[in-house]
Design a protein around this ligand. Structure first.
Ligand code: SAH
Length: 217
């Protein structure tokens, strides 16, 4: 059940080439995607589709992001080895494991208790030592701040102030911002204690970021 076979490795190599054709350039990101066995983050029924460049249901009305989206966000984050990274929206744990290929210090927070428990078990089985939390990630993780990088994997109505405050100076936040239907990817850099710069990039479609600094339920 937890097998990673020769066939899976071949499918991953093909996925990496597809992402390269779609414009992903960072070799460390491509290597990470080529390493993490994405099929082990799927329910049995969807496993045969795990290496298509598509989003799939993971239960609780949530989805595992499309590999292109995972690669795009990870590339923007420019994680350096040893940096402390916070992910909001653990979901299946796949993106979290891609980040773990780049730095050992990955914190991830999930709002949905069922997904949190399932994914915590999955990452333990896979021996992936992320720091997992259950709660409202729109408020960040103040007890473990500051972070070098913060990645939000759900669509937000605005830039959550708690997340901006938990960035180290020089650090960056990557977050999709928009309405419930479409969002633009935004990269915010904390230039100094009080100054932030922002780049608004491509359009995406994420499930909503819930919670106090997200969409009200
Ligand atoms: N990164 C995930 C994809 C997650 S989909 C993966 O690789 O599989 C977005 C996730 O964000 C969902 O699991 C949803 O439950 C979660 N989420 C929504 N609002 C949240 C919040 N305020 N705090 C933490 N997680 C949240």
């Amino acid at each position: 059940m937890h097998a990673d076979t020769y066939r899976h490795r071949g499918l991953r190599r093909a996925l990496v080439e597809e992402l390269r054709r779609k414009g992903i350039r960072d070799e460390r990101v491509l290597t990470a995607i080529g390493t993490v066995p994405r099929h082990l983050f799927f329910e049995a029924a969807f496993q045969p589709h795990a290496y298509q460049d598509k989003a799939f249901p993971i239960g609780e009305g949530q989805t595992i992001s499309q590999p292109y989206t995972v690669a795009y966000q990870t590339e923007l984050l420019q994680v350096q080895p040893g940096e402390r990274v916070l992910e909001i929206g653990t979901g299946s744990g796949y993106q979290c494991c891609v980040l773990l290929e780049l730095t050992p210090h990955v914190f991830s927070i999930e709002y949905n208790q069922v997904l949190f428990e399932r994914t915590a078990r999955r990452l333990a089985t896979l021996h992936r030592p992320a720091h997992l939390f259950c709660g409202d990630g729109s408020l960040g993780l103040p007890q473990h701040a500051p972070f070098d990088k913060i990645l939000v994997t759900a669509g937000s109505p605005a830039l959550p102030r708690p997340l901006l405050r938990q960035l180290r100076v020089g650090g960056s936040l990557v977050i999709p911002v928009g309405d419930e239907h479409t969002q633009r990817m935004v990269r915010v850099v904390r230039e100094s204690e009080e100054e932030f710069s922002r780049q608004v990039l491509e359009e995406f479609r994420f499930v909503p970021l819930l919670g106090q600094a997200g969409w009200k339920e």
